[in-house]
Design a protein around this ligand. Structure first.
Ligand SMILES: [Zn+2]
Length: 605
């Protein structure tokens, strides 16, 4: 996946080019440098245009560009740059429509601001005179006693911001941004939503993502100029009446109400006056009969379902075909796969399991992928993945089990403590192996003979594991630690304890930074050189397991002294000196720990 910082890079480059646009219009492209510069400008501008950035203050951003090029002190803290840009873009994409006086007048006929009942003296004549078609329809239904409030009137608890969760757990912000499932469908057109409970200084939005978005050329769905990500309409909510003008595409509504301390926040009350009810499935409240009713009666092609750790937005048709009568089983299986990762991460042992969920959604661009919004699966041919990810029996078997665990594993990578340069497609697979083998699937690294390959390639050639290009070979030492401690090492909490130790290290490091501020977004900075994190891993693994693992790590080149460069979602320069290696060896020796009972490098599953 691409990181948000790419956008920031473009942002500054683009600013630079706009600032010097006078030059661009008046000069010819003479040298190779001129042409290349021009080409970069065009390419950057195109990608910025596609990203739909809101208008900028040219002078201010030119000043930012110059500050960087002239190495001047920045007027904004480097660590805050990303957050500022992200929140500016988020604010700019919000839509708000002025509420007319006739809506205010009509609302006076109801007893409460949420318009759940009519004033006793509101009669048929007064209703006939109402001007807002939405409120008039509501008043008629209330008057005749035929208003069904189910889904239309609901309470929404605040959720912990995914970025804040990411900082607490030292993972990314990959948890769901769509937790406020409403079960209400909004066709294109004008709708009225009444809200109460937004406290001063807090923000709540109504989101309408386009789950049904298709690529313009259905034969090349992955070549979509709009990209693969979620396109959505965002409406800022205020207490009282909100006009929701749905334009371009219809969709299911979600309340986005994310805060830093959800426990301290009173819930929102929302009345969707005239959306239509699609409904949703909640594992905590519903059974398979409800599930069938939901997919039989859905008025939008996609349905929402939510479990303890997962939420899905899948086509009703696929659910009917592959999971009819099996909603409970489907959501339970997904929950179990996420639960296993929480277990390995030590979130259960250390009472840190988030209330947040991970989103799995349908998409119409690509087979299976993960982005900042969760996991996405293809809903049509070519590359239809629905049979694999909707049938509850198949979800925990083979490729779908691996795929889901792999992608959710990315969401849970601890950065940088167990995701330094070179582990991008490695440390998430500790979770994939744990998830798939826990469900009785064969170990992928065993089937692919990576144990032998790693011995031949890394141990025999005396290279550093990071110099092996096969991500599965690089995974071997990390999984052999699990095999040993789950078996002969008799310490099944090895990884849970190790992850907790890393979280403590991360918190201590953050607290020591200026003012203890949260500087790294959800992601810790991986730095350029993986070696310090690698040595920290070695040392902490010995500490936590109370075992001297020096020889084991030595064989896989964790003490490899030297320099080399490599790529892993960015460029890295490995640099480990004799001094660094000696220091770590000495620190482990000073712990006076027993040797492991067996040679870990021989372990296989
Ligand atoms: Zn991956």
């Amino acid at each position: 996946m691409k990181f948000r910082s790419t956008g920031v890079f473009f942002f500054f480059l683009f600013s630079f080019f706009i600032g010097f646009s006078q030059w661009a219009f008046s000069q010819e492209l003479i040298t190779g440098k001129d042409s290349a510069s021009y080409a970069i400008g065009v390419s950057v501008a195109r990608s910025l245009k596609a990203s739909e950035l809101p208008p900028l203050n040219n002078n201010a951003f030119l000043s930012g560009v110059r500050a960087v090029f002239e190495n001047r002190r920045l007027r904004i803290d480097s660590a805050s740059l990303n957050d500022i840009i992200t929140s500016y873009i988020a604010k700019a994409e919000k839509k708000e429509t002025e509420v007319s006086t006739h809506i205010r007048r009509d609302l006076a006929l109801f007893e409460t601001p949420l318009a759940l009942s009519l004033h006793k003296n509101t009669g048929k004549a007064a209703i006939d005179k109402m001007e807002s078609p939405q409120l008039k329809q509501l008043a008629m239904a209330l008057f005749s006693g035929k208003y069904d409030k189910k889904y239309r009137v609901a309470t929404f608890n605040a959720n912990l911001k995914p970025t804040t969760l990411g900082q607490e757990l030292m993972i990314g912000d990959g948890y769901s941004k769509y937790e406020g499932i409403t079960g209400v469908y909004f066709p294109i057109g004008r709708h009225l939503v009444l809200v109460s409970g937004i406290e001063p200084g807090k923000e709540a939005d109504l989101l309408i993502p386009n789950w049904n978005r298709r690529a313009p050329d259905s034969t090349k769905p992955d070549k979509d100029p709009a990209g693969w990500g979620i396109k959505r309409q965002v409406f800022a909510l205020r207490n009282g009446a909100n006009i929701i003008d749905v334009e371009g595409y219809d969709g299911l509504a979600y309340i986005s109400y994310y805060v830093d301390e959800p426990g301290k926040q009173a819930p929102l009350q929302v009345h969707f006056v005239n959306g239509q009810v699609n409904g949703y499935f909640d594992l905590a409240k519903n059974n398979d009969k409800d599930w069938n009713q939901l997919i039989d009666n859905a008025i939008y092609p996609v349905i929402d379902a939510v479990g303890k750790h997962i939420q899905i937005a899948y086509p009703a048709e696929a659910c009917k075909k592959y999971a009819y009568g099996k909603g409970v089983e489907l959501i339970t299986q997904y929950d179990s796969l996420v639960h296993l990762q929480h277990k390995l991460l030590g979130l259960i042992k250390y009472n840190r399991v988030p209330a947040n969920r991970i989103l799995a959604r349908v998409n119409y661009n690509y087979y299976m992928f993960r982005d900042g919004d969760g996991v996405a699966y293809m809903g049509t041919d070519p590359g239809n993945a629905m049979a694999l990810v909707v049938d509850p029996v198949r979800v925990v078997k083979g490729d779908p089990c691996w795929g889901f665990s792999h992608e959710v594993g990315h969401v849970h990578q601890l950065r940088p403590y167990l995701n330094w340069g070179g582990l991008g497609e490695v440390s998430n697979n500790i979770f994939s192996l744990y998830g798939t083998t826990s469900f009785g699937n064969k170990s992928r690294i065993s089937e692919q003979k990576n144990y032998q390959k790693a011995r031949d390639s890394i141990i025999s050639r005396k290279i550093c594991y990071l110099q092996d290009n096969d991500v599965f070979n690089r995974l071997i030492p990390f999984w052999q630690l699990q095999l040993y401690f789950a078996g002969a090492g008799n310490n099944p909490d090895f990884y849970p304890d190790l992850f907790e130790a890393f979280r403590k290290q991360g918190n201590a490091e953050r607290a020591s930074q200026r003012g203890g501020r949260r500087s790294n977004g959800g992601w810790g900075d991986r730095g350029d050189n993986p070696a310090p994190y690698q040595l920290n891993f070695v040392k902490t693994a010995c500490e936590v397991s109370k075992t001297d693992l020096t020889d084991f790590f030595d064989q896989y080149g964790f003490f490899y002294v030297g320099q080399f460069e490599f790529g892993d979602y960015g460029n890295y320069k490995y640099e480990l000196t004799q001094e660094m290696a000696d220091k770590t060896r000495a620190e482990i020796k000073a712990m006076n720990l027993p040797q492991p009972k067996v040679d870990l490098t021989k372990l296989e599953d």
